[in-house]
Design a protein around this ligand. Structure first.
Ligand code: LMR
Length: 392
């Protein structure tokens, strides 16, 4: 039987992780997978996370199953963090999931249950796993224009989305667009909301980097506006990056419906989808997150560490764009300082990406996406010189 299986295409991000691991050069630089690294190249456990784990270890008395939709403390703490009262609590159904990917998977299946055959629209480019998962689930999907010359092609995006049919789902990045780093401005979000409501579309917002762009509140401002303005909104959130709990697989899916009477039915579908896929969601990461969010001291500590991570990335962006100005004698890479979040697309060719890797031991994704958080003060000039070399 197993011999009938075809070889699966490798995920390009995971493939690059493997290549980096196998590279024996000691000066190699990993700007591939979206994992934060501090100035020493380490992905640290955040102080508040470590403290919460210790408290949990001391106080936890059982490993018995929790709720099918997650522990209520986690779900309500996350609803507050993401929506902050933008919509009434009784309009939100939620399920804890294994990471943001789990939340997206449940969202895709929920849509399929509710409205089979609708088309999903995603940005071109988007996180590779969006398109891959939709294809895997055989869900109709189409890309809309998004990125042009270092910025967002808002007109192209709106024009393409006019081609969507009522009920189609528009996948949006809540903040820190992955892979481009180029984000919609507040007024662009207003135009997108108007179009969604005029055409009867459903927004599905992937928010995997809240706190990495302009700050915890600012990064959620636009999705809150969507949730307020649109009759129904799905939000898939990840705690991997902003709590640094990558391997704990911690995420949540929110389904907001202004018709509060619908909530119980939606909730039963979400819980059933969890049950059908993996029964109970993982609890350890969720418990860390709810412990941090519900304790004033831990929360303040977490927020200040997250803020330091965010401002460190902004400094690296500014340093890199000015180093590139010097190295290339041009303003070609100035856009890097204006982008937000972990990623930017350098806009160099696939061949130049290969030369960065082969000649300079610098790893970026094939579409030229780089993880800014993989840099530090001493590797910024190294990268700038290498880019100038490969494009020169
Ligand atoms: C990324 O985009 O690098 C991260 O979200 C990690 C992943 O799973 O792809």
């Amino acid at each position: 039987m197993l011999q009938n299986l075809p070889m699966q295409p490798a995920d390009k991000i995971l493939q690059l992780m493997q290549m980096f691991r196998e590279d024996t050069r000691t000066d190699k630089i990993d700007l591939g997978v979206g994992v934060y690294k501090n100035a020493d190249g380490v992905t640290p456990i955040m102080g508040a996370v470590k403290a919460a784990e210790e408290r949990i270890w001391q106080s936890e008395t059982t490993k018995a199953y929790t709720g099918l939709a997650g522990t209520p403390e986690f779900n309500s703490a996350m609803i507050d963090l993401i929506l902050d009262g933008a919509v009434p609590a009784d309009s939100v159904a939620s399920v804890a999931t294994p990471g943001g990917t789990g939340a997206l998977r449940i969202a895709f299946e929920l849509v399929r249950q509710a409205n089979p055959g609708v088309r999903f629209w995603y940005s071109n480019p988007t996180w590779a796993n969006h398109a891959a998962m939709l294809k895997y689930l055989s869900l109709p999907a189409k890309a809309y224009r998004y990125f042009n010359d270092g910025g967002v092609d808002v007109n192209g995006m709106l024009e393409d989305l006019k081609g969507a049919a009522p009920g189609d789902v528009v996948l949006l990045h809540g903040c820190c667009h992955n892979p481009t780093g180029a984000n919609l401005r507040a007024e662009d979000w207003d135009a997108v909301i108007d179009l969604i409501n005029a055409e009867g579309l459903i927004p599905l917002i992937d928010v995997a980097y809240q706190g990495f762009g302009d700050g915890l509140e600012a990064d959620a401002a636009n999705l809150r506006k969507v949730a307020k303005a649109c009759p129904e909104t799905l939000i898939a959130a990840s705690c991997s990056k902003n709590f640094g709990v990558y391997k704990e697989r911690t995420g949540i899916l929110l389904a907001v419906d202004h018709n509060a009477a619908q909530r119980a039915v939606t909730q039963s579908n979400l819980s059933t989808l969890n049950r059908m896929n993996y029964s109970f969601p993982p609890d350890h990461g969720a418990r860390i997150v709810s412990t941090v969010l519900s304790d004033a001291e831990l929360r303040a500590d977490w927020q200040s560490e997250l803020e330091a991570v965010r401002s460190g990335m902004l400094d690296l962006r500014k340093d890199l764009s000015s180093a590139l100005r010097q190295e290339t004698n041009s303003d070609r890479f100035d856009f890097l300082a204006n982008h937000r979040g972990m990623f930017s697309m350098l806009g160099i060719t696939p061949d130049e990406v290969v030369r960065l890797r082969e000649t300079h031991a610098i790893y970026v994704i094939g579409d030229s996406r780089m993880n800014v958080a993989g840099l530090n003060k001493s590797t910024v000039p190294v990268l700038a010189r290498a880019i100038a070399d490969v494009i020169g």
